[in-house]
Design a protein around this ligand. Structure first.
Ligand code: IPM
Ligand code: MG
Length: 431
């Protein structure tokens, strides 16, 4: 094995994050012995005590690392956030912005890749819990990837019309029927910024992830949007689809209404390979995917840009169960596996920070992957590191899936603990 290592920033965050990271440290050390880990502070504690959820030294660590793996971070509405600030910071004009969104915007992590895999193969889905049912089937009933736009869309601007700084928007909305019955102070406007630049890069990522679906004959990008209603932004997206589709002649691109996609996800999930969606719609669709998988404890995500990559569970900080030692560490460990697959694809040694999106994680792991041309290793000793990392990622995946099926935490109906789950994964890795 090559001695080259990668510098990985761990972001325990808050809520269930720190207890998950602490339980999983030995697993990560065993699974990826060449990685150098550094912890960096982020989240609610940093906000309350210092008024900034991402300290400057955390930004520095992130900017120089090969990748980061985040556990869980609380995002609360601005007013609640202000109320929880330390006394000396309250009323000083500090504004809370979700650290998760800050990371995505500032590091330009434009593609949020969220694989929806049938990890439990029939054992934990809503469909199978309807009856006592047959024994779990080994063949997956779905397997697709949601690629969510992470830097624009409906998350871009959410503006109060109260002040004089309403950017001329008041004049746009003031004649709307409900607005005429309201006041300026009682009105806010969210903008869906949509650019051809943003969509072309997202769609290229989406296209490069096709061909890994549960149905191996599929090579399809489904754009889930609302072009019949959001006509102007929909037209930008359609033009981007036309342009990128011409670059990928063997990929079938379809634009579908997002509401219809939610229904198809329930009735015929096997019809999807890659689903691309703008920020808010992708947020919703990926939680639907989590529901198909069996719960939010399972899915993990890669936030990828051209310069950086941050891996995270799709779940949040779950303050209701924080400190009880029962949080499911599966998604965090799967995030680490995605990180390894990404670094393997990058085929790089130490040094430069991740140039994320030239290589997408081998998210589907075991299912008939068709590596896209740009995920190939660059050769020499890097290739050795790459295949070694891929093998290690796959061993970790297999161990996690095994424990998920045999001895899960309470979110999946078991009685295992966070520490017990992690210890069992470590034991299986060692055997
Ligand atoms: C997610 C989360 C975040 C989002 C929150 C925590 C800011 O729901 O990653 O899906 O809305 O994007
Ligand atoms: Mg979400």
């Amino acid at each position: 094995m090559s001695a080259s290592s990668h510098r990985i920033v761990l972001l325990p965050g808050d809520g269930i994050g720190p207890e998950i990271v602490d339980a999983c440290r030995p697993v990560l050390a065993a699974a990826f012995p060449t990685w150098e880990f550094t912890d960096a502070a982020i989240g609610w504690g940093c906000w309350r005590t210092a008024g900034d959820p991402i300290p400057a030294e955390t930004w520095r660590a992130l900017e120089s690392a090969d990748a980061a793996i985040m556990a869980a971070i609380t995002s609360k509405p601005a007013r609640e956030a202000e109320a929880e600030l330390a006394d000396h910071l309250r009323g000083t004009g500090l504004t809370y912005r979700s650290p998760v969104l800050q990371l995505r915007r500032r590091l330009d992590l434009y593609a949020n890749i969220r694989p929806v895999e049938d990890l439990l193969a029939g054992a934990g889905s809503p469909a199978s819990s309807l009856d006592d049912g047959p024994a779990p089937t080994p063949s997956p009933r779905f397997g697709f990837t949601v690629v969510r736009e992470n830097t624009e869309g409906l998350y871009s601007h959410d503006l109060s019309m109260a002040g004089p700084d309403s950017n001329g928007l008041w004049d746009v909305v003031k004649q709307d029927p409900t607005v005429t019955h309201s006041t300026r102070a009682d009105t806010a406007v969210a903008l869906r910024v949509t650019t051809g630049f943003g969509w072309r890069r997202l769609l290229r990522t989406a296209a490069s992830l096709t061909g890994r679906a549960a149905d191996p004959s599929l090579r399809r990008v489904t754009v889930a949007d609302k072009p019949n209603i959001l006509r102007e932004s929909g037209a930008i997206i359609r033009d981007a689809v036309d342009e990128v589709a011409a670059e990928f002649p063997d990929v079938d691109f379809e634009i579908a209404n997002a509401d219809a996609v939610t229904m198809r996800l329930i009735t015929s999930p096997m019809s999807f390979d890659v689903i691309a969606a703008e920020n808010l719609l992708g947020d919703i669709l990926s939680d639907l995917g989590a529901g198909l998988m069996g719960g939010l404890g399972l899915p993990s995500a890669a936030n990828m840009g051209d310069g950086h990559a941050v891996f995270e569970p799709v779940h949040g900080s779950a303050p209701d169960i924080a400190g009880r030692g029962i949080a499911d560490p599966a998604a965090f460990l799967m995030s680490a596996a995605m990180c390894a697959e990404h670094l393997a694809a990058r085929g790089e040694g130490t040094g430069a920070s991740t140039r994320g999106n030239s290589a997408v994680p081998d998210t589907a792991g075991s299912r008939g992957n068709q590596a896209s041309p740009d995920t190939a290793d660059t050769g020499g000793s890097s290739a050795t590191t790459g295949s070694d990392l891929r093998e290690r990622a796959s061993l970790l995946r297999r161990a996690v899936i095994g424990v998920l099926r045999d001895d899960p935490t309470p979110d999946l109906g078991g009685d295992n603990t966070t520490a017990g789950f992690a210890a069992e994964v470590a034991r299986r890795l060692a055997s």
